[in-house]
Design a protein around this ligand. Structure first.
Ligand code: TRP
Length: 331
């Protein structure tokens, strides 16, 4: 039997190149060998967007378009809408008993996010405890593997702890998931900061037009120590070169640009022009596919509905096994 994978994204905006490098690329490749489920995690997104739910709901469709545009094949991958699988919420409630507040407080990813979002004393319980609901996501679909970036590792650890605790208390019921760590390092932002992130406004979206890509790349951060094209340049930590490494198939050309850059024999403009060309060649077929699906919203909704139904069958099966194990399957 094929092993099963589950991944997901919070629909709070369009997906960008960072998503692609960090996980979408891997998912598109893995879907042929694994039974794949991709979760549009709108319930998780609401934990920090509950005051503006439209920000989430309007992006569910956009994220679906991004998935389809990059080559997630709905015949191979079930795209599941989280809020339409109430079994996940049910599992979350049971798992809450198996996790301590102290353990949740130690989650480094959530800790960082709490700081970034500046919740202070107004930290919502739903946000604080979202790793528990993510454990419900992963176990609901009985996933063997979760292919994600390093920032998600604490969530998989938390899930494994819950699974071990559950199975220890009630008998072997839940599947213990493994992390499949993304091979690709995180993509920096166009401003040179360590990550590409919508909230930092340093992203290139998969749906950006050729003109927007050109504008964003032209304004990109390069080597701040270099004032003239003849100054010796730094390639390391220069996001323009990091992007070329990630997207340019012509490694010889990139190596030559790097050599000349270090020697002060090429200007930023030439390097950026190459990147603009490479990114637009990469994005053009993605834009075309996105547009084709966008023209046919009925078809997209059908794909989501069908994927969600497929996911829900698994989640129902998990809940019934969980209830049986706990002895609360009364009827
Ligand atoms: N927390 C993930 C993120 O912020 C999104 C997510 C929700 C997820 N549920 C998941 C990822 C289950 C993997 C598996 O990107």
């Amino acid at each position: 039997m094929k092993k099963r994978i589950l991944t997901g994204d919070r629909p709070t905006g369009p997906l960008h190149l960072g998503h692609y490098v960090g996980s979408l690329k891997q998912r598109v490749e893995l879907q042929h060998t694994y039974e794949t489920y991709v979760l549009i995690a709108d319930v998780q997104a609401l934990t920090d967007h509950f005051e503006d739910p439209e920000q989430v709901s309007k992006n569910v469709f956009e994220v679906a378009l991004d998935y389809l545009a990059v080559g997630i094949n709905p015949l191979e991958t079930a795209i599941v809408v989280q809020s339409a699988v109430p079994e996940i919420a049910e599992l979350t409630v049971f798992y809450m008993n198996l996790v301590t507040v102290g353990r949740l407080r130690q989650n480094p990813t959530v800790k960082t996010e709490i700081k970034e979002k500046g919740f202070g004393k107004m930290l919502p319980l739903g946000f604080f405890s979202y790793p528990v609901s993510q454990a419900a996501d992963i176990t609901a679909f009985q996933a063997d593997c979760v292919p994600v970036g390093a920032d998600q590792a604490p969530m998989i650890e938390q899930t494994r702890d819950i699974v071990k605790r559950f199975n220890g208390l009630y008998g072997k019921t839940l599947v213990e998931p493994h992390i499949l760590l993304s091979k690709f390092p995180r993509l920096p932002g166009t401003d040179g900061s360590v990550k590409m992130s919508k909230s930092l406004r340093n992203v290139i979206n998969l749906s950006d037009s050729a003109d927007v890509v050109k504008k964003k790349v032209t304004a990109m951060y390069t080597d701040p120590t270099r004032l003239r094209a003849t100054d010796l340049g730094h390639v390391k930590g220069n996001p323009v070169f990091t992007y070329l490494d990630a997207f340019d198939f012509n490694t010889e050309l990139v190596d030559d640009l790097k050599k000349r850059y270090r020697k002060g024999m090429v200007g930023d403009v030439e390097v950026k022009d190459r990147l603009i060309e490479v990114l637009n060649v990469f994005l053009e077929p993605i834009r075309k596919r996105r547009e084709a699906y966008a023209q046919n919203p009925k078809k997209v909704l059908h794909i989501l509905k069908e994927g969600t139904e497929r996911g829900r069958m698994l989640a129902r099966d998990t809940v019934s096994k969980v209830k049986r194990a706990m002895g609360i399957d009364y009827f």
